[in-house]
Design a protein around this ligand. Sequence first.
Ligand code: HAX
Length: 433
Amino acid sequence: MPQVLKDRIHEKLMAKREEIKAFLGDHGDKVIHEVTLKQPYGGMRGIPALVWEPSLLDPNGGIRFRGYTIPELQQMLPHHPRGSQPLPEALLFLLLTGDVPTQEEAKAVCDQLLARSELPQHTVETINCLPTDTHPMTQFSIGILTLRQNSQFAKAYMEGMDKTDFWAPTYEDSMDLLAKLPDLASLIYRRTYGKPEPDMPDLDYCWAGKFAYLMGFPNFEFIELLRLYMVIHADHEGGNVSAHTSQVVGSALSDPYYALSAGINGLAGPLHGLANQISLRFVLDIKEKFGGVPSKHDLRELLWDTLHGGQVIPGYGHAVLRQTDPRYRVQREFALEHLPEDELFQIVSLLYEIAPDVLREHGKAKNPWPNVDAHSGCLLVHYGLVEHEFYTVLFGVSRAMGILTGLIWARGLGFPIERPKSFTTEFAKENLV
Ligand code: HAX
C-alpha cells in the first residue's frame, strides 16, 4: 500500500503539471488582480499571489479540503467502525491525492504511519535535556528539527537528483514526520506535565487513537474529539502564517523538517495558533471572575472593558472568513451532543450570543464571528486535557498534514523559489504614486 499511495500522488502530480502547463499556455499573461498601495502595507490581504492545491478558503462558506466542506467530509470520509467522526488518516489521503479513500485505503495510510512512528533516541534525549518549563511549542519545534538527521530529501539532494523527482523524498520525509509527530507531541506532554508512561494495550490503533493513548486519554469519546480536532485543523489554504512560512522556507529546497519547524514557529504566535490557548484563558478568567456563567449584562460589560483596554476578543475575527467558522460550528455540535451542561461550554455559547454584536458595534473587526480557536479549549478541558499551553502543539500535529501536503505538491509541480518584490516608502513616494 505505501507504494499505492505514492503512485497515486505521482499520477495526480503528472496530470496537474500538464494541466497547469496548458492553462498557463492559454492564459499565462492574463492580469488577475490590481494591487493598491494599502495592500503591501496591510499584510498583503486579498492579493492572490500563492498557489495552494490541498484546500481553498471561502470567506463565507469556510474551508474546503480538495473541494469538500467539513460537513460533507463528516459524511463521506471513512470513520472508525464504532465512531462517527472522520478518520484523520482518511483526510490525509484526500489532501495528498484529491481522492476520497475507501476504508481499506485509509487503514493502509494508518498502518504506514504507525510503522514509521518510533522516535530516534537522540530526539528523546534532546527533548529530555530541555528545562521542563520550556514552552511546549518550543520543544515541538526543536523536536522536529532533531528528526531531520534522517531526511531522505537532504540526502538525495546532496547525492544529486533530477528536480522532477524532488517530490518523492519530500513525500518520504513528510510521512516519516507525520508518523512521528504524535509520539513527539505526547513525549513533550508527558514530561512537561509529569505524566506517567502510558499503558499501551495491544490494540488495532488508528492514528488519533494511538495519540490519545500516548497522552494518557484512552476514553473513546475523547478519541472521537481528537479525530474531529485533527480533521478540522488540518489545513486552511496557503496564505496563513504557518502554511506560508513553511512554503517559503521549502521553496529554498530546505527539507521538510526545516520547513515544518519554521511553520510551527509561526503557529506559536498569539494571533495565529496560540489563540486557542489565549481563548481558553479568557473563558476561564470569565468563569473565575463571576464564579460561573455570567449574566448577559456582565459579559457584555466585560467585553467592552476588554476592547476599551485596547485588547482583542480572543477567538473572534479572521483575516479571510466573514461568517462563523464552520470549524467552530462542528465543535459546537459536538459539545451540544456530548457536553451540553458543561459550564465552560455555556460561557463559550454565551460569548457566541453576545460578542458578535459588541464587535459590530465597536466597528473595527471586519469579521465579528468566532473562529476555530474560540471553541476548542472548552472541549479539551471537559475531557481532562487542561494544560492549555499544550493546545497549540495539538494544532501543529494536525496542521502538519496540510503543510506537508502543500510542500509535496509544490515540489511535484516544480514551483520555484519565492521572491516577491519589496520596496521602501521613499521608493513608493517617488515611483508608485
Ligand atoms: N477583537 C477586537 N478587535 C479586533 C478583533 C477582535 N477579535 N479582530 C480584529 N480586530 C481589530 C483589529 O485589531 C484591527 O484593529 P486596528 O485597525 O486597530 O489595527 C481591526 O479590527 C481590523 O482587523 P481585521 O482586518 O478585521 O482583522 P485582521 O485580518 O487584521 O486580523 C485576526 C485577523 C484573526 C488576527 C484578528 O481578528 C484577531 O486579532 N483576532 C483575535 C485573535 C484570534 O482569534 N486569532 C486566531 C485567528 C484564527 C487562526 O489563525 N488560528 O490559528
